[in-house]
Design a protein around this ligand. Structure first.
Ligand SMILES: [Zn+2]
Length: 245
């Protein structure tokens, strides 16, 4: 049926929404609210799209608290059998209500059904490197004197420095580099290594390696219990979860 005017188009969408609402109880996939459980990136995309279809796009990110791809996302980085996709969720409370106000991040490796959740984007990127790129913490830090990029991309000097100092087996697709940074430029940037891996800030090395029993900081525990009280879920921020069974 092709809508012939605005009114009919509206009704048509409303029918589709009614159908979708009726199908919700039997629906599988990621839930239509915040979750720290593992779901494949495609399932998270589908759930957020459905929420927006049912509830409208306006303010969908803070209203739904759901995982979505950040606007700056550059797609997927692959290293061997592993891949990383990052999502973000906004846990701010509704206006006028009390509650945790924070943005949280998730990195997934779909082939392993692995994911990490953290209150920092760098944190999940580091956790993924611990998961997928053994030995990355031993890579040489490119010193600040070596200018890594200019407007044309990686500099000749940086390429030469890297090819001389980086182990041969780490000069492969998706492998990261580590660069010395100034205090206010410590974001890890996807796709900026010579092999389209991450350019990691050297501050990554100050943080301990993440493991399955990585301690959850008090602040994250507070945030998690506050969210749990609100959504009847009990998210464990900071946890690195294995496959869903
Ligand atoms: Zn993996």
């Amino acid at each position: 049926m092709k809508p012939v005017d605005g009114q009919l188009a509206f009704d048509f969408d409303e029918f589709a929404r009614e159908d979708a609402r009726r199908d919700l109880p039997s629906r599988e996939g990621a839930p239509l609210h915040f979750t720290t459980d593992y779901y494949a990136p495609g399932e998270l995309d589908e759930a957020f799209e459905l929420w927006c279809f049912l509830n409208g796009n306006f303010g969908s990110i803070p209203r739904s608290h759901m995982w979505h791809r950040p606007s700056w996302a550059t797609g997927e980085t692959e290293y061997g059998d592993h891949s990383i996709v990052t999502f973000t969720a906004d846990l701010s409370p509704p206006r006028g209500a009390a509650g945790p106000g924070d943005v949280v991040y998730r990195a997934s490796c779909e082939s392993c059904e692995w994911h990490a959740v953290d209150d920092s984007e760098n944190g999940v990127v580091e956790a993924w490197h611990d998961h997928a790129v053994p030995g990355w913490r031993e890579l040489p830090v490119i010193p600040a004197q070596v200018r890594v990029r200019d407007e044309k991309g990686l500099t000749k000097l940086a390429k030469a420095w890297i090819s001389e100092h980086y182990p041969q087996h780490m000069q492969v697709a998706g492998a990261p580099i580590i660069t010395e940074r100034t205090p206010h430029a410590t974001r890890h940037v996807a796709g900026y290594s010579p092999w389209r891996g991450y350019d990691l800030s050297w501050t990554a090395l100050d943080h301990p390696s993440s493991t399955s029993d990585r301690p959850v900081s008090a602040a994250r525990r507070d945030l998690a219990s506050a969210m749990g009280a609100e959504s009847r879920q009990a998210p464990q921020l900071g946890a690195v979860d294995g496959p869903r069974r």
